[in-house]
Design a protein around this ligand. Sequence first.
Ligand SMILES: NC(=O)c1ccc[n+]([C@@H]2O[C@H](COP(=O)([O-])OP(=O)(O)OC[C@H]3O[C@@H](n4cnc5c(N)ncnc54)[C@H](OP(=O)(O)O)[C@@H]3O)[C@@H](O)[C@H]2O)c1
Length: 510
Amino acid sequence: MGFKGELLVCAILECETMEEMLSSMEKAKEEGADLVELCINSMSFSHISEVEQLLKQRTLPAIVSFRTFCRGDSKKTCLQVLQLALQLNVEFVEIELEVASNVVMTELMNKRSNSKLIVSSYIQGGHLSKEKLGNLVTCLQCTGADAIKLVVDVVYITDVAPVFHMLTHCQIPLIARAVGDRGLISQLLGPKYGAFLVSGSLGGNSIPGLPPLASIKQVYKLEYMDVDTKVFGVISNPVGHSKGPLLHNPAFRHTRYNGIYVPLLVDNVKEFFRVYSCNDFAGFSVGIPHKEAAVECCDEVHLLAKSIGAVNTIVRRPTDGKLVGYNTDCEACISAIEDALRERRITNGQASHASPIAGKLFVLVGAGGAARAMAFGAKSRGARIVIFNRNFERAKALAQAVSGEALPYECLDKFCPENGMILANASAVGMQPNTNQTPVSKDVLGSYELVLDAVYTPRNTLLLQEASEAGAIVVSGVEMFIRQAVGQFKLFTGGLAPEDFMRKIVLEQF
Ligand SMILES: NC(=O)c1ccc[n+]([C@@H]2O[C@H](COP(=O)([O-])OP(=O)(O)OC[C@H]3O[C@@H](n4cnc5c(N)ncnc54)[C@H](OP(=O)(O)O)[C@@H]3O)[C@@H](O)[C@H]2O)c1
């Protein structure tokens, strides 16, 4: 097993006993790992023979490591373990820089036959400059190691950029990892910058900053990544819940587009764009809480997104590198309503080219980001807009922006001035875990021709169930989700989106 050729996927194993190590190794194998890192310091063993047994029984190639945390007493055990690993011809043996003196390195080199020696450094404390990391890499290289390893504790996602720089410029094979949730992209994008090995975690044993092994193999398919792969991602905080990677990565492969879509845990969106400013960072979904702040980061903002005051998609224009902001939530929601109404009109023989929303009373619940998109969309189609929101001041501000009317939230349940209205829930009411809640009681739902719920977890909310029972056309948040994602994908790739394929994935997996 060497440094050239196919990307190696490594499972990092920290277990207390030999039995646990062996069973985790089996699991790692099943989940697609090519090798394991056996962190021997995590084991509590009374005699070195237990380690010997483990190494002899290993079922995957291994890196044997033993962190001393700079404690003098464990250095002796560390060297004992590493020497044993060399004797047993373990594929990779890792030694910390602090322990790798000239004398120790010479001794280890003399003892090995086929094993490769990795010298590593674990760095605490965030903001590392390229210069500092560069100096450290030089020190690591000077030990004569076959490969070197850097594990960096990062504070912000922008701290990962120097790690990518090192991966690109290092003269010898480098294993690089940024620790913590904000370091996740060090693994997901590492191969683009030349990483020969990425690490992952076992299913059910999540480690911040390490992608699950299964996702490396099935979702991101990092083995296909190369220097030309375009980077896309969702900028959000939190970001772990995002379903975007499950949808956009298969869609890239389906269309043979060389792209990857990753979660981007961003604290400061302006700083993110300042640091990741090259054309390869090609497009972004924007989620909570950055949709408004992201407008300021764009060089150009699509007119509708500008009126809404929020962008959910940013594309870096390939011709001049400028960031262009869009809002695909708006068109997704309005087109879903229009298509559902048109379908019924066609069935009833009343087809027309005008928007079926024009002139309708559009009752909107909520005044947050999704509600703003819906309000401006409905206005653009000539609807009359009434807004109900828990925070009345926000409802008034939005109503004023779209020349609509704001009414007190308490009046929503009695509001039925006419029949055939449209109801759009853009509040979080009814969202998991509060699935037994609904913003509008069943009694008044009969006044609505169509009810849309932006909430998509669960797929069939209580509001939609009751609206359907009341005879209204219902449009789910999942439909809106699919359409906004398709809109984003078209903007990302500058082309068509595999709509049926994306719809199938969402319906199967979400
Ligand atoms: N299907 C899709 O593609 C899609 C796209 C975007 C959003 N969404 C969904 O739409 C919903 C809103 O998202 P957002 O981005 O607009 O969030 P947001 O900006 O945080 O707005 C949240 C809205 O929900 C209201 N709200 C929250 N809890 C409430 C409660 N207990 N009772 C009454 N009102 C409550 C808030 O009222 P206050 O102003 O009083 O706080 C505000 O109007 C979420 O469920 C989200 O998942 C779906």
